[in-house]
Design a protein around this ligand. Structure first.
Ligand code: ADP
Length: 427
């Protein structure tokens, strides 16, 4: 190789991946591991499983490439929260998972936070912290809150108490003024909060013992991470305002890079900071889940082949898997509209795909109405991205260039953060 490489790791919901890239973004190695729940017949807890997976992934990186690793970064699931001992880093309780809800803490959080703040959701990091604080008798004096990615990065760099402003958003960090707000700092538990850096900022060199164990050079730096969905956006390399990524998975999620910050609780729209720009996002309940209720994936392929994407469909549906929509129409009582069903399945699928494309267009239109930068180009991720007919239809309906994102793995996005951290150190 002879050139520097950058390592990104993604800790998702069921397993973890790594990607090793060079400064052009070419992948030199990648791999994945499922989380183990048992080791040698014995059950292990989640934190131990993540730690084990981290070191297994490092072992999976080909030995001859490891000396070239110049920097490392990690993303984790958003709002996955750990309370650890502030001296030893050992977990004081089991991790709170991203989707776990702490309804006991919600009224308390609502009473201290501004109305409609991101923390006002039972699964926010702050609700998890408050729930732990009010129910635990373990040593609060020596507690420290870390997100999943922070803790895994700490295992590599050893400086306890560092996070990034993407992970810290749901604990209440204000990325605009770059500090925790006063209403949070005045609470007794604010002293357990980590310090916050921009994602992809060099923290320090890799721990000597870890470097020695894996054959990684001692000047390899460890950089702050981000959340899994932001890392997946970064992977698409949509780096200019107006560039967007539509994710066509079970649901339809749009993410748009904007020069300004947009928040609207009615539509569940909020923004993450990315240096001097904002990543504006919203998620509709429409998407692939509805397609799967009607067609198999094989039927989707076969029927799509017969669609003429240049021909507009006059069928006007609102495909939803269940009652209720939030974005781009805020209506918890909205009923799915999938009738009338034409005799031809090709026509039916055409109508559904086109209707989803209209919802996508409405989504970007709403973001603009709320004040975001106007969308100029859309990259696509998720299971729907491979449908070329749909891509052409969406291009016609959106009136914009639409293409499949070349990279969509969050681990690749994390590797780009590692690259960013390494480049900033040189400049
Ligand atoms: P998830 O959100 O579950 O991770 P994926 O990104 O794996 O979803 O995408 C799965 C979705 O992609 C399914 O809901 C399926 O309906 C949709 N899908 C699969 N194949 C096609 C296709 N050829 N055209 C359109 N959609 C498809």
């Amino acid at each position: 190789v002879g050139e520097q490489l950058y390592l990104g790791m993604d800790f998702g919901t069921s397993g973890a991946r790594y990607a090793l890239i060079d400064k052009q973004g070419t992948i030199h190695a990648e791999g994945k591991r499922e989380y183990l729940q048992h080791v040698d017949g014995k059950a292990i807890d989640r934190a131990s499983s993540w730690k084990r997976t981290l070191f297994l992934l490092l072992e999976d990186v080909p030995v001859h490439l490891r000396p070239y690793i110049a920097s490392i970064s990690i993303d984790g699931t958003s709002a996955t929260t750990m309370i650890v001992n502030s001296t030893t880093g050992d977990p004081l309780c089991r991790p709170f998972l991203y989707n776990e809800s702490c309804p006991d803490a919600l009224p308390i959080v609502k009473s201290i936070a501004p109305a409609n703040h991101t923390v006002c959701s039972g699964s926010s990091t702050l609700c998890k912290l408050v729930s732990w604080w009010n129910s635990s008798d373990s040593n609060k004096e020596s507690a420290m809150l870390l997100h999943q990615a922070d803790w895994l990065l700490w295992l590599l760099h050893g400086k306890l108490g560092v996070s990034d402003y993407n992970n810290a958003l749901k604990v209440g960090y204000d990325p605009e003024v770059d500090s925790y707000p006063h209403w949070l700092l005045s609470q007794p538990y604010s002293r357990v909060l980590p310090s916050v850096q921009a994602p992809g900022t060099s923290i320090c060199s890799i721990k000597v013992d870890v470097g020695t164990q894996f054959g990684i050079q001692e000047d390899c730096i460890v950089c702050t991470g981000t959340t899994d969905s932001i890392a997946a956006f970064l992977a698409a390399r949509a780096t200019q305002p107006g560039k967007a990524v539509t994710s066509l998975g079970s649901t339809l999620a749009v993410k748009l890079l904007s020069t300004n910050r947009i928040e609207d609780a009615r539509f569940g729209v909020y923004s993450h900071r990315l240096d001097d720009k904002w990543l504006v996002g919203g998620a509709s309940n429409t998407g692939g889940a509805v397609l799967r209720q009607i067609f198999t994936d094989e039927q989707l392929v076969e029927l799509s082949k017969q669609i003429d994407p240049m021909k507009p469909s006059l069928l006007n549906y609102y495909p939803l898997p269940a009652v209720g929509e939030r974005f781009p129409m805020a209506d918890p009582k909205m009923v799915p509209r999938l009738l009338p069903r034409p005799e031809s399945d090709v026509e039916y699928l055409h109508g559904i795909l086109e209707s989803i494309a209209r919802i996508e267009a409405k989504a970007y239109g709403l973001l603009k109405d709320l004040g975001a930068t106007q969308v100029e180009e859309v990259f696509t991720a998720g299971g729907g991205a491979k449908n070329e007919k749909w891509t052409k239809m969406r291009q016609r309906v959106l009136g914009l260039p639409v293409s499949r994102a070349i990279q969509t793995e969050a681990a690749y996005g994390a590797a780009l953060l590692a690259l960013k951290g390494a480049q900033q150190r040189i400049h």
